[in-house]
Each structure stands twice: as C-alpha cells, then as structure tokens.
Design a protein around this ligand. Structure first.
Ligand code: ZN
Length: 269
C-alpha cells in the first residue's frame, strides 16, 4: 500500500506491505530537495516513483533500521544524491546488520551503503536548515531533525504513539525517557512521525508519551516494592501478550516494556 501525505510544504509517502497495520508501514518525507528516510526495501518501486518527481540533492536517515534506511543503496544508485546518516548509523549501514525473520518478511533486506555522517547543522541550497538532535533509546543512533524556521520536528521512531504498550528487546527505556525530556526543550510544534504521520500538536503528544512512560515506571516501582515479578506486573498493568509478541517472536512485547520499567527503577535506586 502507499499513501500520500501533504502538510505545509512537506510531502510524505507512506509505504508498506501490509495494508491494515499502520506501524509496519513507514513514511518518507520530502522538503524541497531533501528527503528524510527511504522506506522499507520491498517498497522500492513506489519509493522510486515518488522520488523521481523532483530533483533530490540529499537523503538523510533518522536511524539505520531497515524500514527507514532500506532503500538508501538503491536511491544512491538511481539518483546519486548525497547520502547522509547519523554518525552512529554509518557503520551498520556499511557493514549490514542482522534481521529477525519477521523483519525480513515485513520489510525485506536492505543493501549495504556508504553514508556520510550528517553535520549537526545542515543548511540546504534551497534555504532549509535542519538541526540533528541525537535521541537514542529506540536505537543507539536514533536522531531527530529540527527545522527551526517553521517549528517542524522529524522524529523518526522517537514517538510512534503516546501510550505505547510494547518495547523492542534492544530498546533502552531509560535512554528513551531522557531523549524525550531533551527533545521537549526544543522549540517546535509539528511532529513528523515515521509511522503516525503528521502530528499537529506534536509537542503535547511527545509530552503525553513522556508522562505515560514516567507514570508507568512509577506504578511498576510500586508493584515491584511489593515483591512482584516482571511477569505478574506485566499481566496486571498491560494484560496478556498479543499478536505483536507472537509475530515478532517476542522481539516486541509487553513484558519487555515492564522489564524496561524495572531497569529504570533499579537505576534510580
Ligand atoms: Zn526503528
């Protein structure tokens, strides 16, 4: 499936293999001659059609995950723009990184590509400034891009939802909370999320997510103090595991989120 997005000078394309599942589709955004993220590898034909509409001077990714960086190598070959990524993504993009079976099935396997590290402040030829804001937690290299003139924040996978119920096994919840706090100090209104799309009251949405995670951590700390374990607390606060855990082989699970809250609690002691 593919869906066009248009918001005040920013064009987006949502692409994905599975129609009904919003979070498995990924959005690439275009402002002027700059493109942020590239969609999953198995969506290349739709992505190419979208990119060929205008001249692309540079492509920047928010992090190395296959649904965001998946077409970088092909974009490089087809359109030869400047390829930029967060400094921490350069190595996994060049060397490749392991995929779980569900990732391969849903998004496909990206080809390796050599990217340049994005500068902290990027001035594009058509007058757009993008400030790279490192926001680890979802992944070590996760980076948001702030467009200060219009108050836009391209958040990659920092947001996705205010009330998140799962955590990826390799995500660091305490880093994620710190990143949300830091990002909230920036001056922006509109969030461009790679999965949710355009979030007009973006700052409020990010604050809601931070509040939700902090209050979840507090509730978990309380139950932990009563001597309850991760499994029991997961059941009590988030209910049984669902299809998400099953499909991803527990790579995404409720239990991971509660375990993350336990770790946050231990870190604060
Ligand atoms: Zn990701």
């Amino acid at each position: 499936m593919s869906q066009r997005i248009e918001h005040a000078g920013v064009e987006g394309l949502r692409v994905g293999r599975i129609r009904s599942q919003l979070t498995t589709a990924c959005i690439l955004y275009r402002l002027g001659d700059t493109v942020i993220d590239t969609g999953p590898p198995n969506q290349w034909r739709r992505v190419r059609r979208f990119l060929k509409e205008r001249r692309v001077e540079r492509v920047i990714v928010t992090h190395h995950h296959e649904d965001h960086s998946g077409n970088l190598a092909r974009v490089h070959r087809a359109l030869d723009p400047q390829i930029l990524s967060p400094p921490g993504s350069v190595e996994p993009l060049a060397a490749g990184f392991p995929l779980k079976p569900y990732q391969y099935l849903i998004w496909g396997r990206p080809r390796r590509v050599r990217a340049e590290a994005v500068p902290e402040r990027l001035e594009t030829g058509d007058g757009v400034t993008l400030i790279a804001v490192h926001a680890p937690g979802h992944s070590d290299d996760m980076t948001c891009y702030l467009e200060p003139e219009r108050g836009y924040l391209f958040t990659g996978d920092l947001y996705i939802a205010s009330k998140t119920r799962y955590l990826r096994a390799d995500e660091d919840l305490s880093q994620q909370i710190d990143s949300l706090r830091r990002v909230l100090e920036l001056d922006f209104d509109t969030v461009f999320c790679s999965h949710r799309g355009v979030v007009r009251a973006g700052k409020e949405a990010l604050r809601e997510k931070l509040d939700f995670l902090e209050s979840l951590c507090q509730r978990v700390a309380h139950l932990r103090a009563e001597g309850r374990g991760i499994k029991e607390v997961t059941r009590m606060l988030l209910g049984r595991e669902d299809l998400m855990a099953l499909i991803t082989g527990y790579h995404f699970s409720k239990r991971n989120l509660i375990a993350g809250c336990f770790e946050v609690g231990e870190g604060r002691e």
